[in-house]
Design a protein around this ligand. Sequence first.
Ligand code: 13P
Length: 262
Amino acid sequence: MVTTRTPLIAGNWKMNLDHLQAIAFVQKLAWSLKDAKHDFSSVEAVVFPPATDLRSVQTLLDADKLELGLGAQDLSSHDSGAYTGEISGAFLRALDVQYVLVGHSERRTLHSEGDDVVASKVAAAHRHGLVPMICVGETAADLEEHGPSAVPVAQLRASLTEVPADAEIVVAYEPVWAIGSGQAATPEQAQQVCAALREALVEIAGPERAATTRVLYGGSVKSNNIASFLREPDVDGALVGGASLDVAEFTSIVRFRSHVGV
Ligand code: 13P
């Protein structure tokens, strides 16, 4: 099937790089992509810095007219008020943030964010004109007990209960066992689950929305395996952790089309 989905390569920096390091990194990345004559209209590249870096990175992107997209790693489910330490989607939008990660396994596990919290954060992102990048994925134990797609599909369904069916979203399938482990899923495994997620989207949001929604794979993506994932018909990009912190490596991932055999 011919797809009109522009591939999306997202770099989740997690809790790495302060605002000064972020400025230096984004400048180098922009130069590196420019040197490689990267066509941003054919592959979208987005960075997700820590919240304290967003203003600096946004100022740099704006001043130098860089075509990199900007995402945040989290947002509050509330809009404003007495929520110490929280960051409103409205504040992110005011910084021209386009995307926000919701439901990352590190937040589900380390911050006890369950399906209800994820759904209300997806709704908050939608309210403020941010595109939620909804992360779903099974643990090794889930895989053993329920097979490959059941848990990610259930998480996706639960995350969409508070938004209209036509809300714009990006889905990121990140098997928990593949995150930071060096043990990526196989392209066939990624395709199987991404296809199941798209089928669920057909039921939830209709065939048109399902056909235009990007479904990414994440978990130990590197420059040497990115092309194999992007060859799969239902994998529309990657959510990259560790390898997004290396300019040459991330450039090569964004430039996956220049790899042999793609
Ligand atoms: P790694 O690419 O380091 O495995 O991390 C994946 C991830 O969690 C991105 O959100």
